[in-house]
Design a protein around this ligand. Sequence first.
Ligand code: URA
Length: 423
Amino acid sequence: MDVISVIRTKRDRGELSDEQIDWVIDAYTRGTVADEQMSSLAMAILLNGMNRREIARWTAAMIASGERMDFSSLARPTADKHSTGGVGDKITLPLAPLVAACGAAVPQLSGRGLGHTGGTLDKLEAIPGWRALLSNEEMLNVLNDAGSVICAAGDGLAPADKKLYALRDVTGTVEAIPLIASSIMSKKIAEGTGSLVLDVKVGTGAFMKTLDDARELASTMVGLGTDHGVRTVALLTDMSTPLGLTAGNALEVRESVEVLAGGGPADVVDLTLALAREMLAAAGLPDADPAKALADGSAMDVWRRMIAAQGGDPDAPLPVARETHTVTAPASGVLTRLDAYDIGVAAWRLGAGRARKEDVVQAGAGVELHAKPGDSVVAGTPLLTLHTDTPERFEYALKSLEGAYDVAPAGTEFSARPIVLER
Ligand code: URA
């Protein structure tokens, strides 16, 4: 087998055979296919697509590139969720302990943020002492002790994806549905969860800008999960405006703790509960009541145990940025649009995210919203507060907010998009 013939097959709109797929994934993982050759193949796949058989085989080859985890020793059924990424998407933080409080075991392998979407691990690292890197044994211990664990995927899990995702990130080949679906599902299947709920984001702040693309990604991933014996469900959820009232690491931890304490913004609570119900049903616990577990403090108890088991201090004050800048409403009326992408870019430019993998994020940086679409605003009163340790970033962040919001005259009809668009 040679790589040039594999690239030519896809370049010329052909179908890759099972043998070609197995060979190229294995050779790339071992380093005998070079980055420039794999990036050429990734671009051919982005332009010409793959059919269901090719995607299934590609996913299986990426799973086979590494180890598979085994949670069969746990007494509880396992449930996991994956979000395709959005702005202010802190849902994993309250969701994992909530579902654990209702009786499932939640092994949540998460990632770091790159670009305008935040990463769950970056958020949790705002908590003093908290550790993302756990050995497999430590991960099982936290799961057994607390019921949920949120940690980084080890190097042994789908190493082909680790290498390929880093390459796609710098070669303009992330936005290909076959590559996104196989990347996400290879890690989730290798992780060994029994059930999986996918939160596929749709809107300006998401990879998928249209419902049609989101449906295709969701159905591809559900098919892959089901074929591998993982009970998989997908919700399509709105990402045209940020989730909740914060985008930024410590800011989002604070908001998540508010949700666990029974408060927090309605959209975050609603989405957390919708995903929790799906996870519990998929795990065979349809009668569990997540609203009760939020209200009676049992989800908060799991959160505190989980954070402490990973070295964090759940009572420690969260980092606060050194400087703030207030953006005021330009007119009085109804806020009709607050763009998720623009807010995400502003938070990133303030230091909440990274431009390169090796960048260090600021724990306190980000954007706080004082109104959401549909709210009334008064000219000159605060609309957004920008937070950063490095005030020279304000100017650059403010540029991304030009055109990020619309205020219409008081009395203008406004109908909010529901948070869950489709199942
Ligand atoms: N998240 C992943 O893990 N992989 C992708 O390709 C895109 C988002």
